[in-house]
Design a protein around this ligand. Structure first.
Ligand SMILES: C[S@@+](CC[C@H](N)C(=O)[O-])C[C@H]1O[C@@H](n2cnc3c(N)ncnc32)[C@H](O)[C@@H]1O
Length: 277
């Protein structure tokens, strides 16, 4: 198979990747036949999967604009994925030039393509790192250069935590990041769940199994388990809700039923607590 310029030598292009499958669902062009095959297999069980991804992206953009309205102009987006239309830096920097954005992903295609897209952007950069090692992210030269941790930061964990198993202590990683953030910082989060999927559970299980088969299991959590990621934050109204219900800009009743799968929320580091000295 021909290897395109955006596919680094280090990757095995015969194995599907979560980042490239997601790129395919969003109509991107940074994916291979193995990724499309896995995506189509999951869609045999859940035909509305792309609607979930679109609702996720739409929420992310509303939440970034909310952060800007709150005066937050620094963004740390972990699990940022392969850049596609309407990425965080585009939304933030077009509304507020000079906004600073650091993307983090452990997928080589996501990192290589982000580097290419951001080559001429002085206020944005990307780090190849893993959410499970928050200290490496915080200590990276890119974060040190672009993010002032003494001022509020919007931390995005959008559609990533459902790829981190409990044995890897995702709640611990999220708490470590929170402790590094100044008061007024925001956590912007979405997470997959069986709750809200407009199908019997056995059909969604079929789609979940596709991710298990590619050794990147999708960890479906309950609303209660997802809410625990916001420990130490004050929830911003309307709380942890299905994606189309978070500060909608269009009528939620016009949304596809699949868009209501899973949860989205924004939390704020309160004034009194914030970072440990
Ligand atoms: C479904 S995509 C979400 C992309 C983007 N956040 C969005 O919502 O549009 C999930 C991304 O998380 C990345 N990812 C998964 N586990 C990760 C980890 N432990 N550390 C860093 N990135 C991870 C994947 O490589 C992928 O690019």
């Amino acid at each position: 198979m021909e290897r395109p310029a955006w596919a680094p030598r280090s990757i095995d292009i015969s194995v599907p990747s979560v980042a490239r499958i997601y790129d395919y669902y969003l109509g991107g062009s940074h994916n291979f036949e193995v990724d499309r095959e896995a995506a189509r297999k999951a869609m045999e069980f859940m035909p509305g999967l792309p609607k979930i991804m679109q609702a996720n992206r739409a929420f992310m953009r509303r939440a970034v604009r909310f952060a800007l309205d709150e005066g937050v102009t620094q963004f740390l987006d972990i699990g940022s994925g392969i850049p596609t239309f309407g990425n965080v830096h585009e939304v933030a920097q077009s509304a507020r030039p000079g906004s600073r954005v650091v993307y983090v992903d452990h997928d080589p295609v996501a990192v290589t393509h982000s580097e290419a897209v951001l080559a001429d952007n002085e206020d944005a950069d990307v780090v190849a790192a893993d959410l499970r090692k928050p200290h490496e992210i915080l200590a990276s030269p890119q974060v040190q250069r672009l993010i002032d941790l003494n001022r509020p930061v919007a931390l995005l964990l959008v559609a990533i935590l459902h790829f981190v198993d409990d044995t890897d202590d995702p709640h611990g990683a999220v708490a470590e990041l929170r402790d590094a953030l100044a008061p007024g910082s925001l956590l912007i989060l979405t997470h997959a769940s069986y709750e809200g999927i407009p199908l019997p559970q056995e059909r969604s299980l079929g789609a979940v199994d596709v991710y298990k088969d590619i050794r990147n299991p999708l960890i479906m959590r309950t609303r209660e388990e997802i809410a625990r990621f916001f420990e130490g934050y004050d929830m911003v109204e309307p709380g942890l809700v299905p994606m189309p219900l978070w500060r909608p800009e269009t009528a939620p009743e016009d949304e596809d039923p699949y868009a209501f799968s899973g949860f989205a929320g924004v939390g704020r580091v309160p004034r009194q607590s914030g970072r440990r000295a």
